[in-house]
Design a binder for this molecule. Structure first.
Ligand SMILES: [Zn+2]
Length: 250
């Protein structure tokens, strides 16, 4: 029996919408869709700063957890910076993928339509070891996932529960909407939704077009190597080692 430890935690779920529409496509399109999603999620994950770190990949989503004994101002600021920074990191990588794209398939020509939503909550989580990985469980972890199914019409937004927003709310004036979500199996959950404004609070999202020709060559090679029988293996090994990426050719 593994030791379990209950802790206060910020729990964030970053989810890329638009992915499921690719599931009906052919094999090539599916492979390209997976590549695009992994690149975009990779950019978001790279943006997470301690004490927040990625805990689990869940298809087109990534779960981030920051266990905190006491939420100090510095920790909260860092978590807020990561949450808002996710959108800038996503937008920048998406712009790069669109600009360097050389493939006309459904997935590649729809990159610009992919969007990011982030759900944030502050609550309790039970931490335990499963093999060598930290797993988090509990009603507050479930809540974050349930909140993905909500009444927000926009595709790009940051939704924070009241418990999270109380701590993450920045000093700067930000336009947000507050409402109550009826969350399946959990009940009424007050939330705050931001659909814009994080760019002002995080780094510049401008896209650098330097080396675009090389990026296009790399994009072509990466996407078409995946067609070859050994291509998938090459991609997987490269992705694991972080070496075979379009931007590594520049
Ligand atoms: Zn494609």
């Amino acid at each position: 029996m593994n030791a379990q430890q209950e802790t206060d935690a910020f729990i964030l779920l970053a989810d890329i919408s638009g992915y499921t529409s690719f599931l009906r496509q052919n094999t090539l399109t599916l492979r390209h869709a997976s590549y695009i999603i992994s690149e975009l999620l990779g950019a978001v994950i790279k943006r997470a700063e301690a004490p927040l770190s990625v805990n689990k990949l869940e298809g087109d989503a990534a779960l981030f957890v920051a266990p905190v004994r006491t939420s100090t101002a510095a920790a909260v600021e860092s978590i807020r910076g990561s949450a808002f920074g996710f959108f800038s990191a996503f937008s920048r990588r998406r712009a790069e993928l669109v600009a360097s794209n050389t493939c006309p398939c459904e997935a590649c020509s729809s990159i610009g339509r992919l969007e990011l939503k982030v759900i944030g909550h502050f609550g309790r989580a039970v931490r335990f070891k499963l093999k060598r990985f930290d797993e988090y469980a509990g009603i507050d972890v479930i809540l974050v996932h349930r909140l993905l199914k909500n009444n927000v019409k926009e595709k790009r937004y940051f939704m924070a529960t009241e418990a999270a927003w109380r701590q993450l709310k920045p000093q700067q004036e930000l336009a947000f909407l507050a409402h109550v979500e009826d969350c399946d199996g959990v009940g009424q959950v007050p939330v705050v939704v931001l659909t814009e404004g994080w760019e002002n609070l995080s780094e510049d999202i401008s896209f650098q077009s330097q080396g675009l020709r090389l990026k296009k060559i790399a994009d072509f090679l990466v996407k078409h190597l995946m067609l070859l029988p050994f291509g998938g293996v090459f991609m997987q090994r490269g992705a694991r080692k972080g070496t075979v990426r379009p931007d590594s050719f520049t």
